[in-house]
Design a protein around this ligand. Structure first.
Ligand SMILES: NC(=O)c1ccc[n+]([C@@H]2O[C@H](COP(=O)([O-])OP(=O)(O)OC[C@H]3O[C@@H](n4cnc5c(N)ncnc54)[C@H](OP(=O)(O)O)[C@@H]3O)[C@@H](O)[C@H]2O)c1
Length: 276
């Protein structure tokens, strides 16, 4: 292992917990961390893909892997996670997963809308509170919350998803400041489109023209992990950094909401009312 990987493990090891970790970006986070020699505890609902990833990471990187199959929306999820991890020194928390409803806000049931609060807000806050306390006691550690560019202004047709992503941005920014002098680094990752299985399954129409292409999961995980401890927010991919900088500097909030609406309408067209 290199000196760089040793320093990373010393600061953020020996275990990382990745919430939403069996496939897609979560799996890429787990691989990125295992490659650095960090043992990983992986959460997802389906045990099958979790087991496959676990075997693959152990074989490729010779790290220890623990799988915790559960639903992060479950009211007792912290009780289960605490029982499964109390004997592990979790030095890094990555809250990756999110529940996204596409389409008109009022077309989805209230139960589904509230599920996005459970998975996307209650989940990261609960785990940041539980593991953050232990990290502060040890005076070292890191927390990465996954957010999205859709959390930087209103996101029509993804309204509750965008709002939960805004929650993660503001929560992470506050914690970044509160915990930086306690030895704990906090980062929020605001991504544009990523080629995750969920994204691909939603069958978006390519925006074309100057619009940046979806990033690979590996690139997003690599850039986020590399930014931890260096900044409070990262936007992976040069093209997404450039376009979000332009929107931020030169467009009113109202105009940005319209751009979000137009691009989501273009990506999903008539299907906006039938998805989910
Ligand atoms: N994809 C994009 O274009 C994009 C863009 C910007 C930001 N993001 C952000 O990137 C993150 C990951 O995106 P993604 O969801 O598309 O990809 P992902 O990394 O593929 O997430 C799905 C993973 O989470 C698990 N999971 C889903 N719901 C869960 C639950 N309730 N409890 C426990 N585990 C659960 C899934 O396994 P099981 O199904 O077995 O539970 C799977 O392992 C999200 O925070 C999202 O907001 C994505």
């Amino acid at each position: 292992m290199t000196d760089k990987a040793d320093a990373f493990t010393e600061k953020y090891g020996p275990w990382a917990l990745v919430a939403g970790a069996s496939v897609g970006l979560g799996a890429a986070f787990a691989s990125e961390l295992a490659q650095k020699g960090v043992n990983v505890a992986l959460i997802a609902r389906k045990p099958g893909p979790l087991g496959e990833l676990s075997a693959d990471l152990q074989r490729r990187y010779n790290v220890s892997v623990k799988t915790i199959p559960l639903d992060l929306a479950a009211p007792d999820m912290l009780k289960t996670i605490a029982a499964e991890t109390d004997d592990l020194e979790i030095g890094l928390l990555v809250y990756n997963t999110a529940y996204m409803l596409i389409g008109p806000f009022l077309e989805h049931s209230l139960d589904k809308q509230l599920r996005s609060i459970d998975v996307n807000c209650r989940g990261p806050l609960t785990l940041a509170h539980h593991f953050g306390q232990k990290m502060v006691e040890r005076k070292r550690g890191g927390i990465i919350l996954m957010s999205s560019l859709s959390g930087l202004q209103g996101a029509p047709w993804l309204a509750s998803y965008g709002a939960t992503k805004a929650f993660n941005i503001v929560l992470a920014e506050g914690l970044w400041y509160e915990l930086k002098d306690e030895g704990v680094d906090v980062l929020v990752c605001c991504a544009g489109a990523i080629a995750t299985p969920n994204y691909i399954a939603s069958q978006p129409v390519a925006l074309g023209g100057m619009a940046p292409k979806p990033l690979s999961t590996e690139k997003v995980a690599r850039e986020a992990v590399a930014a931890l401890g260096k900044k409070h927010m990262v936007v992976p991919g040069r093209a997404y950094r450039f376009s979000s900088m332009l929107l931020d500097k030169f467009m009113s909030r109202k105009r940005r909401i319209k751009i979000m609406a137009d691009s989501t309408e273009k990506m999903y067209g008539d299907r906006l009312v039938t998805i989910n």
